[in-house]
Design a protein around this ligand. Sequence first.
Ligand SMILES: Cc1cc2nc3c(=O)[nH]c(=O)nc-3n(C[C@H](O)[C@H](O)[C@H](O)COP(=O)(O)OP(=O)(O)OC[C@H]3O[C@@H](n4cnc5c(N)ncnc54)[C@H](O)[C@@H]3O)c2cc1C
Length: 596
Amino acid sequence: MGQYVAPIRDMQFVLHELLKVEEELKALPDYSEVDADIINQVLEEGGKFTSEVLFPLNHSGDREGCHYDGATKTVTTPKGFKEAYKQYVEGGWAALACDPEYGGQGLPVVMNNSFYEMLNSSNQAWTMYPGLSHGAYECLKEHGTDEQKKLYLPKLVSGEWTGTMCLTEPHCGTDLGMLRSKALPQADGSWLITGNKIFISAGEHDMSENILHLVLARVPDAPEGSKGISLFLVPKFLPNADGSVGERNPIFCGAIEEKMGIHGNSTCQMNLDGAKGWIIGQPNKGLQAMFVFMNAARLGVGMQSLGLTEVAYQNALIYAKDRIQMRSLTGPKNPEKPADPIIVHPDVRRMLLTGKAYAEGARAFTSYVALQIDRELHHPDADVRKEAGDEVALLTPIVKAFITDNAWIATSEAMQVYGGHGYISEWGMEQYVRDARINLIYEGTNTVQSLDLLGRKILGDNGAKLRKFGEKIKAFVEENGLDENLSEFITPLGDLGEKVTKLTMEIGMKAFQNADEVGAAAVPYLRVVGHLVYSYFFAQMAKIALEKQDSGDNFYKTKLATARFYFARLQPETATLIRQARSGSANLMALDADLF
Ligand SMILES: Cc1cc2nc3c(=O)[nH]c(=O)nc-3n(C[C@H](O)[C@H](O)[C@H](O)COP(=O)(O)OP(=O)(O)OC[C@H]3O[C@@H](n4cnc5c(N)ncnc54)[C@H](O)[C@@H]3O)c2cc1C
């Protein structure tokens, strides 16, 4: 069923040549010992684990799905998932980027990021179990009490226990201000929580000894709306003081959903019937605390889509070299055979290069964001930490929405390369398309991400964060603007930067008159800014590739060709997107709802 080989050469290019990670980490005392050898070793070992252990379970996990037993209210994951998780825990993978104080290996986020790409390429559904645990770890580490951290973090770090995020209820997903779950205070400082949550990923399963649910609920007399939400830690089994599991807590899975993709991951209805929990952070400040989890998850969803883009591309490439069909328009390339391999056809190449460019753009972009997170958390200078944090905040909705939209395109193109065989489940390509689709929806739909970017992150601070990031692009353009060899990359980059500035000001002005202008422009606007970010990274990668194209290493020739394809074929969609964003709200709002 296809194959997956971790793209280690490209990961090394991004980490060592583009981002110069080793040098950057030297400035962070906690990571000053992390050198290229350690990074390369983790990439090699991660590549082996993911392709040998997880990838073989991807297709079978999709076919089999999860099983729910109504009598015991338990979920069994597909064959092999549990055993693979055991290997993951024993290999120490869960602890990779966690704090040594809680048993972690203390490695940087930027390394974990590459590992997560591999995990997601090999098996997105499986990866959601440990992926959510990592978000729970981050949330608890930032907002938990010392006592909570001591009791729970070592279990999440080792992977013995997993985590979930319980936000969604039947009547509210995007608008969490409407949630109804209730928490009543108890004399011993705990809370009793009652309510129904739906769509909870990994809410019940058989892979770990215990599950820590992070649940949003309302305390008595909480203000209406999102200002009245609190966050609680609700373990499946109440822990004993020594960390062993004790009594079963009444938080049960009532059913699992039948769904389009990620069949190996349990999507659970969770019923809390007076379940015991402990508050995380302050009452009514739960949404702020949960945002740590949500931001981690948004970046994680971007990584899911990068993983799918890469694996779908890899398999489509193998197929395109092997499948013979028709002759090349410029004459036979394979005269001894009855037809040429389909990779000779220009449009098959377009489909393949779309996947390749979107994977490589996303790899450079997400690795950069991960490095910024390391700087935000570990740089000794508070100003640098603040600046890095602002950049991460600005770029997070772009990671979530731009990469997931692109993966939907790229996996669909990869399926198309297979012709009819792509639609047949035996080849595995249709699974990638199905799995990729959820990534546009959960963790805040891509529309919601676009509103967050344009409304909150950009117009909300008068464009300050965007300007700051834009200064980096401007400096790069000025530094390289006179280099004729680079003009094919620098000119469209500089041009798009100016257009984004103008577009942002124009929408900002219109929004003063009519708030719907933001909602009408946000989705195409995010794609335009996404392309600005990719243009910046592809121009930098092209510069390195140009310098090394005569080195004898074909990697650089390929990189250059990919950058050229990106600027010629993908980036130009910004012209249409800008027109759409500028077209205003009237063409959307003209009809009364009953005239549709
Ligand atoms: C497989 C799966 C796994 C999930 N895992 C989890 C999980 O682990 N934990 C959890 O808590 N939830 C989870 N979810 C829920 C998921 O996060 C929500 O489905 C998502 O946030 C959207 O909420 P909703 O489904 O209620 O859609 P709605 O909020 O009803 O939205 C419907 C449509 O309206 C649009 N819309 C809403 N408001 C606006 C607005 N202001 N402007 C423009 N458009 C708007 C939305 O973009 C969307 O297109 C999961 C869902 C699925 C399907």
